[in-house]
Design a protein around this ligand. Structure first.
Ligand code: HEM
Ligand code: CU
Length: 556
């Protein structure tokens, strides 16, 4: 692939000798944000495979109405561990720790994160957290759902597994808090000269909103976990109704974190999409400020919607109305984003390669998840389909169609920067098609199952639901297979792929102005800002030419 002269925003390090990271460095306590970012991405992807394996067993069990593959008690553990691994060990670390760490310093022209050692500590907390959680398979893993509602979670037979589960959540929570502090300080205080808040890439806005949310909400989860741990271990009665405790208080504390956690899982992905669309459609992003402000609006509103998970928990009517209204309001900033993305694509010169395909897959599936979310947000509908497969369909459209598609878009887009190699495009397309089909086949029919009344979290079900469940299970196996071309492509390309140019997509954000992979400390000399992050298309042609001349003069 040839390097055309799109101006670099910076004068430093285009064509500099790339950073050669030796394989063993990925296993060290490195303080380099790029190594830490890749450590997060690879580790969390391994956990994704674990979570996917658990999901496959769950779906295999559900291929028939009887509980014939695993016993029902173990089935409970399987979906509990699946949900926990997917959220706490895959999506959250991948989108924040992975992409956040790798990209933020590069995008704002900084040499590293504000607190590199804290950064390494945050990463190295996730490994023991994951191993701890996995170790519970030897003792009887937690089986009370990823929500661990008391009184069930205090009275569970899987006492040890539940305690391990709490310990593991506390470790990943601590890691999240440390990472959030680091992101906020870095974005706020380490931007390069000339880059004000409104000229930084939208991914940075998204990470700012995410980190504020994580910082405000995670300590509340930690509090809930500690109290639950006390109830379990030393017999306190915070949540135990027989001792005068209140289980509903747990639900409030849990969802005060866990609804924002949904935004922690999708806001960074919104950021990724805003970075992927402009270079691959050769158009400026539509509505920069609208997208930036809508991230902050989602961050703010997202803190006041948690009790929409508790419409059937005896919540008083006036409070249900409040939470319903705020929940529906969240669709405004989200709609603004979707509108802006579609408007960015509109009339663009679309380069229909894997990054853009996954980004468009994201927009379409996330939209469906958003619409079923609006339905669930209205109290009467939620009361009707609460705890049915409709809810399972909804959150997988958001988390799989949203987060996972976005992560893949980001991986295909930045893989050349991270490794200095191109991914194979043909296998990328195969991966996309299989994932897209598998995703809709698995989760689409679950809407119908839910509306027909099939409850979630059950190993056995009424035989009338069998045909649709077979479709979902086939879809899940297509999804499992879809990962194979990606894994092979990624591993092969990392070692043997076509050499990547510094800027294969002719993109304008700062990370593309240094070598692929970037040199240690990212730039030789001071990086200089020459164009806005999204100055694509005819209207900026002259400006880009001038910037190119200025850049080449600065180099000589
Ligand atoms: C890889 C394909 C996936 C398949 C086939 C799959 C399938 C399932 C199934 C069958 C359940 C059980 C539903 C129930 O009985 O309530 C479930 C639950 C769940 N899944 Fe997935 N899932 C997949 C990916 C994901 C991803 C990417 C996430 C991201 C966070 C996720 C998060 C969850 C959560 C939070 C639960 C709820 C667990 C609970 O009820 O405690 N899943 N999934
Ligand atoms: Cu929610």
């Amino acid at each position: 692939m040839t390097q055309t002269l799109i101006p670099t925003q910076s004068s430093g390090a285009m064509g500099a000798e790339p950073q050669k990271t030796l394989w063993w460095e990925f296993f060290t306590f490195s303080v380099d944000h790029k190594i830490i970012g890749i450590q997060y991405l690879v580790t969390s992807f391994v956990f994704y495979l674990v979570g996917g394996l658990l999901a496959s067993i769950v779906r295999a069990e559900l291929a028939t109405p009887d509980s014939d593959l695993v016993d029902p008690a173990f089935y409970n553990s399987l979906f509990t561990m699946h949900g926990t691994v997917m959220i706490f060990l895959w999506i959250v670390p991948a989108v924040t720790g992975g992409f956040g760490n790798y990209l933020i310093p590069l995008m704002i022209g900084a040499r590293d994160m504000a607190f590199p050692r804290l950064n390494a500590i945050a990463f190295w907390l996730t490994i023991p957290a994951g191993m701890l959680l996995m170790s519970s398979f030897f003792f009887g893993p937690a089986s009370t759902g990823w929500t661990a509602y008391p009184p069930l979670s205090i009275l569970t037979n899987e006492h040890v597994g539940q305690v391990i589960w709490i310990g593991s959540i506390l470790l990943v929570g601590t890691s999240s808090i440390l990472a959030a502090v680091n992101f906020i300080v870095t974005i706020w205080s380490m931007r390069m000269p000339g880059m004000d808040l409104f000229s930084m890439p939208l991914f940075c806005w998204a990470m700012m909103a995410t980190s504020v949310l994580a910082l405000l909400a995670t300590p509340v989860l930690a509090g809930a976990m500690v109290l639950l741990g006390f109830d379990l271990l030393i017999g306190t009665n915070f949540f135990n109704p027989t001792g005068g405790g209140d289980p509903v208080v747990y639900q409030h504390l849990f969802w005060f974190y866990s609804h924002p956690a949904v935004y922690v899982m999708v806001l960074p992905v919104f950021g990724i999409i805003s970075e992927v669309l402009p270079p691959h459609s050769r158009k400026p992003i539509f509505g920069y400020k609208a997208i930036a402000y809508s991230s902050m609006m989602i961050c703010f509103l997202g803190l006041f919607v948690w009790a929409h998970h508790m419409f059937t928990s005896g919540t008083p009517d006036w409070l249900r109305v409040f939470f319903m209204v705020v929940t529906l309001l969240v669709s405004v900033p989200t709609g603004i984003k979707v509108f802006s993305w579609v408007a960015t694509l509109w009339g663009g010169k679309l380069r229909l390669e894997s990054p853009l395909l996954f980004a468009m897959g994201f927009i379409s599936t996330f939209l469906i998840g958003g619409l079923s979310g609006v339905m669930l947000g209205s109290t009467p509908i939620d009361i009707h389909v609460h705890d049915t497969y409709f809810v399972v369909a909804h959150f997988h459209y958001v988390l799989f169609g949203g987060s996972v598609f976005g992560i893949y878009a980001g991986l295909y887009h930045w893989f050349p920067k991270m490794t200095g190699r191109m991914l194979n495009e043909f296998w990328g397309k195969v991966h996309f098609v299989l994932t897209f089909i598998g995703m809709h086949l698995t989760f689409g029919p679950m809407h119908i199952l839910g509306l027909q009344g099939m409850p979630r979290r059950v190993a056995q079900y009424d035989p009338q639901f069998a045909p649709i469940n077979v479709i979902c299970t086939i879809g899940a196996f297509v999804l499992a297979i879809s990962t194979v071309p990606f894994v092979i492509n990624a591993v092969y390309s990392w070692f043997k792929g076509e050499q990547a140019p510094d800027n294969p997509w002719n993109a304008l954000t700062m990370e593309w102005t240094t070598s692929s992979p970037p040199i240690p400390h990212n730039w030789v000399g001071e990086p200089v800002l020459l164009t806005g992050p999204y100055d694509y298309g005819e209207e900026y042609k002259e400006a880009r030419k001038e910037a190119a001349i200025a850049a080449s003069q600065a180099l000589t």
